[in-house]
Design a protein around this ligand. Structure first.
Ligand SMILES: Nc1ncnc2c1ncn2[C@@H]1O[C@H](COP(=O)(O)OP(=O)(O)OP(=O)(O)O)[C@@H](O)[C@H]1O
Length: 273
């Protein structure tokens, strides 16, 4: 359903010059699967998700959703995706019902079809008790549900969650993860970015660990832990990041003739940790 091949996004800024925010990454996600992108701030997760949702154009590489290319067929891609972030951008004066309906109309849904869909969504997401509450009076949990309903209103097969639990209290975040699991059961294809390890551990079928634009490794939780012979996921995560940083600094040192072996540098890293 989602296919990404050698995807790259280059940026330029005053401090770093030209650099790759996304550096030749590849992965696929199937229907009925939750794929987690895990990485620290600046890893490139949002950039990948913005490319998938057609907001940004890649510098090179290919990304398709249901066979449609994000660069060449953006309208077809947008019909097939829903995007949820932590920025709910709820309109103060619209009620929950009006807001989700408004997005349905933007997707070209006709009145009868839209009403049926809203009834279904509001009961599925348990939103009926606040269907007439305006945005200005909604709790954070209500706002987050509206933003999910808005992303689901046109019944897309693919859902993209970008740090969607950021800033939510524990209970609301837990409910959101529950909704995501239900969407998987309904056969949706889900991609979920976070910097919180426990979320991917609890939720994701497969995980890609991202750092400085690259996917360092990907697989199921068990595959990752086995492959790297680490005690647990946390150890594995930090050791992958530190190996990558060592390799990068060795590359730079090599240029300046100040080369250290990976083992030597890693040993130093262990002590620092
Ligand atoms: N428009 C831009 N111009 C230049 N650099 C950018 C731009 N947008 C993002 N970046 C840089 O690209 C890198 C990846 O950013 P991105 O937002 O994708 O990371 P992230 O993994 O989502 O992290 P975060 O959780 O902090 O958003 C970062 O180094 C960021 O500073």
């Amino acid at each position: 359903m989602i296919h990404v091949q050698h995807l790259t996004k280059a940026y330029e800024d005053l401090r770093r010059g030209r650099f790759l925010a996304v550096d030749h990454i590849s992965f696929c996600v199937q229907p009925g699967e939750i794929f987690g992108l895990l990485g620290p701030n600046g890893a490139g997760k949002t950039t990948v998700l913005r490319i998938l949702s057609t907001v940004l154009r890649p510098s090179s590489g290919i990304a398709t959703i249901d066979g449609y290319d994000v660069s060449h067929e953006p309208a077809e891609v947008r019909r097939r995706i829903g995007f949820v972030s932590n920025n709910t951008a709820i309109y103060d004066r619209m009620t929950a019902w009006e807001m989700v309906g408004y997005f349905g109309r933007l997707h070209g849904m006709q009145r009868d079809e839209l009403n049926d869909r809203l009834e279904k969504l509001f009961s599925q997401l348990r939103m009926n008790e606040f269907r007439d509450v305006p945005g200005s009076k909604m709790s954070t949990g209500m706002q987050q549900k509206v933003s999910i309903a808005r992303a689901l209103v046109h019944d897309p097969p693919v859902l993209i969650f970008d740090e969607a639990t950021l800033g939510l209290d524990v209970l609301v975040a837990r409910n959101l993860l529950e909704v995501i699991r239900e969407l998987r059961e309904a056969g949706k294809c889900l991609i979920f970015s976070t910097h919180i390890m426990s979320e991917v551990e609890r939720l994701c079928d497969r995980i890609a660990i991202m750092h400085r634009g690259r996917i360092l490794d990907s697989g199921t939780l068990d595959e990752l832990v086995d492959r790297h012979e680490e005690q647990n996921f946390e150890e594995l995560f930090f050791s992958l990041l530190s190996e990558h940083e060592t390799a990068e600094s060795n590359e730079q040192n090599l240029m300046s003739g100040n080369y250290q072996t990976t083992t030597e540098t890693l040993a130093t890293t262990e002590v620092v940790r």
